[in-house]
Write a new protein. Sequence first.
Length: 184
Amino acid sequence: MILPVYLYGQPVLKKIAQNINKDYPELEKFIEDMFETMYQSDGVGLAAPQIGRAIRLFVIDGEPMSDDDETLKGFKKVFINAEIYEKSGEEWYFNEGCLSVPGIREDVLRKSEIKIKYLDENFVEHDETYKGIAARIIQHEYDHLEGKLIPDRLPVLRRTMLKGKLASIAKGKVNVNYKFKVPR
Ligand code: ZN
């Protein structure tokens, strides 16, 4: 089932998301819906707060970007209760977009390497290191669990310049091909 994407201005996007356990209701179906929603909107990642649930879960499928970075081939994963416990390497800019902030693409500065602990969809624990665009996508999705969006990662001046655009998004004045929800 395709779920509506919550847009900038929705309070849930500002919340710190909470861990879940195996008993979380209909988790399997929810993960399936997350992937379906992500594919339909041409995203490479989607975090639960983006569909209105403040839980620590995000899904990624980097395949569409594997021409730019071959480590993304087959990089399809579910991250539950993730914790990035180390960031290292050079900071680099990469042009990011976000389904919750449509029409805005910005160069965001992030570290090049991360170490992350998480549970997969079967609640099996993993401890992995990621670099390059994979590390980039993970950090973007992880930000959603911390209540942060692209504008929060920009210099103050740049953020100020985007104010008008962001206000329009919060009112639902967007041109997208997916279902969305804005604050009332
Ligand atoms: Zn996003």
